[in-house]
Design a protein around this ligand. Sequence first.
Ligand SMILES: Cc1cc2nc3c(=O)[nH]c(=O)nc-3n(C[C@H](O)[C@H](O)[C@H](O)COP(=O)(O)OP(=O)(O)OC[C@H]3O[C@@H](n4cnc5c(N)ncnc54)[C@H](O)[C@@H]3O)c2cc1C
Length: 379
Amino acid sequence: MTNHPFAPPAHEQHWVATATELAADFAKTAADRDRTGELPIENLRALHNADIDAALVPAAIGGEGLSYRSYGAIVRALSAACPSTACIWVMHIGAAVGLIEMSTPDNARFWADKLVGGARFANALSEPSSGNLFLQPLQHAEPADGGYRLSGAKRFASGCEVADHFLINALVDGRPAFFGLDTDPDTMTFVPIWDTMGLRASRSQLITFADTLLPEDRRCQPSTGPRPNHIGAGLAFLSLGIADAALAALTAHARDRTIPTTGEPLASMQWVRFAVGDIASRLEAAAMYAQHMTWLADQNSPEFLPATMHAKLQANTIAREAADLGVRVGGASGYTRGDIERIFRDAQAGWLMAYSGEICQDTIGASILAPTPQDGHHD
Ligand SMILES: Cc1cc2nc3c(=O)[nH]c(=O)nc-3n(C[C@H](O)[C@H](O)[C@H](O)COP(=O)(O)OP(=O)(O)OC[C@H]3O[C@@H](n4cnc5c(N)ncnc54)[C@H](O)[C@@H]3O)c2cc1C
């Protein structure tokens, strides 16, 4: 893949290598963190200390502007090792770079300095009533001195307990508006209800707001059109990493486990080889498509947006199917607590995260089935 146009550019490959090296360490504690639900703050600091966060600062304000192709490869490597770390990191980068790109030049510099300085970012976008409508909030912020005050709640905010700043949205004058918000312990409460099936160490808690000021001077600029973002691009790679982990865990088990009647390892059975061949082949296709999606993002192509939906759908699907095969190959041993069952639980999350698999399917299907002028329909 070294010279492939969809692969990380040669001059950035050292970033992917550094992240992959760090990920090998993160893998050692992933099972413990799943058990304890402890947030992997050391992992996140290690990524920052390796200057990987700083590499994401956009070139337009003097940063390295790491490509989406390299970013995707990094998320995949992190997720294969510790998907909770990868999930929080995607949200951290998504919020920080999102704020940089949606702000006035002065505010963009401010957020970039914060990111480089080690501040932590999170997204408070999803609402309890319907998390999938995360770009169309239903909660109103009311005009107040210095900005707008929000009372309400946001749900599933990964890494919120260690965040210094949030990308948050609310309705202002009836329209969705985005703000950069400093954590305000006087008006914000993190409600510890995150007791989930998988991605347990992402600690994506509920946040309540009681008259929290969304400052006018940190309000994001109106969007000038679609542009790539790191959450949309990252979620496919979160699932691809989990699929990699599933394939690795089931392969280890299949090689190790001997069938007493034949004396041969499980790996030699034809149904296992067929199933692994099928999953591996479709994982290659999903990964290649996701890399294509990041290439589109690097071209700032309008085709990026529909491509994120295709990429997420394929990656979410293959992660769940690889994890399901892991449980079948693992037998009852895989059904007991261990890597195979942990990966099976983690693999469910990607499909649920916005936009959910169903919304991706519906959007793609509708775009194909919508009547066109050629069918005799006119708007
Ligand atoms: C591990 C994890 C981390 C997360 N991190 C963050 C974060 O950091 N910040 C943040 O803001 N959010 C975060 N989220 C929230 C996430 O992005 C989604 O908002 C959330 O998972 C949606 O859950 P929900 O219960 O609100 O689902 P709902 O939106 O209520 O969906 C329930 C069901 O209805 C279907 N559905 C809903 N709307 C439609 C529609 N229009 N068409 C067809 N089907 C539909 C869905 O497909 C699903 O099957 C995270 C979620 C998870 C699981």
